[in-house]
Design a binder for this molecule. Sequence first.
Ligand SMILES: [Cu+2]
Length: 437
Amino acid sequence: MKTRLFTGLLSLLIPAMVMAGEYNLTVDRVEIDTGDFVKEGIGYNGKSPGPVMRFKEGENVKINVTNNLDEMTSIHWHGLILPFDQDGVPGISFPGIKPGETFTYEFPIQQAGTYWFHSHSGFQEPDGAYGSIVIEPEGREPFRYDREYVVQLTDKHPHSGDRIMRNLKMMPDYYNREQQTVGEFFSDVSKNGLMNTVSDRMAWGGMRMMKADVEDLQGFTGLINGKGPDQNWTGLFEPGERIRLRFINSSAMTYFDIRIPGLDMTVVQADGNNVQPVSVDEFRIGVAETYDVIVRPKDEQAYTIFAESMGRSGYARATLAPEEGMEAAVPQLREPARLTMADMSGMHGMDHGSMAGMDHGDMDMSSSEGMGGMDHSSMEGMDHSNMQGMDHSTWKAWITVPWRWVKKKVQAIPSTPRVVASYLPQPMAVSSCPTLT
Ligand SMILES: [Cu+2]
């Protein structure tokens, strides 16, 4: 009898030995103040960004998500390994969380590192519905640090996500503030000659491309942990400490180039995976990526974390300092980059899935080299009639070909361009989630 009682008690205890954590999240309408503008958005637990969720590798988590919106919501646990029905878009892998409803996500934590979460419904994520995840490993970290901060970036625009999408669908360069100008044409003429400049412009026009097409969304305010450049989020340190910065790019569209003038950064983790440490003075973070770096400020001074957008149209800024209120110089934005023909021929592995209606009829494609891995599977309406093997090296020739040849080619382009569809950006909910893990 005693033995049976003991075994019974033991069996009750064993499941309890697996760590379990229970967490609550509410999805709320919130006010977002960037310092440049104030707008209504969506957040978690009353704030945008939402909280830092701290899990432990090996624990089973239960996360009760209560939807206080008047629309459906859902959460994507970005980068986490979990059962399919604990993630995803409403109606695809799970039913979604209806207004007023609480859904309990439940999954084991099988990894460690820096991750994040965001809404997977409509444009809630660009509207503010994102937060960060920090998972402590079961064993020791392979690197040392004395303190850590999450540094979560976003590109907050005064327009709502669905308005941005509507505008981009009508006009792909709607938000582009770095268009080429007549002035630039004349300065190119004086540098490269009239014929070269004209044929260059014709070549780009022929491809329906723009050299200035580096960023789809300009006019945003870069935020770090919800703070605009003037609000200056600040992380404190004692000189000599090693600080782990967990960078997360939660932007809808913006790639950032990050540097901390005066400090070397040692990258120790990428997308939650430990990497061979590498020391850099600047790194580029794509949409949805995470990078962990360690810095060691030795002086009693402030340092600026400067995150400049890839198109140089905006930035996010924060500070590391020994005391609240200290600040360092903020660098100027550098000159915006222009795309070149080399960028156009570097399209290996590019997915043209959304280029419906594109007309490649005027391209002379004598070899299929150079387009390895291209996915043409969903290019509806594409005219391949004159494509005999594609060779992008001929695109370069467009720059130097005689004027008459260019003119002929240009005239061959239909006067009503079959355009808009070919420029359709990926829906933002998808582009904010390139790895869909
Ligand atoms: Cu994601």
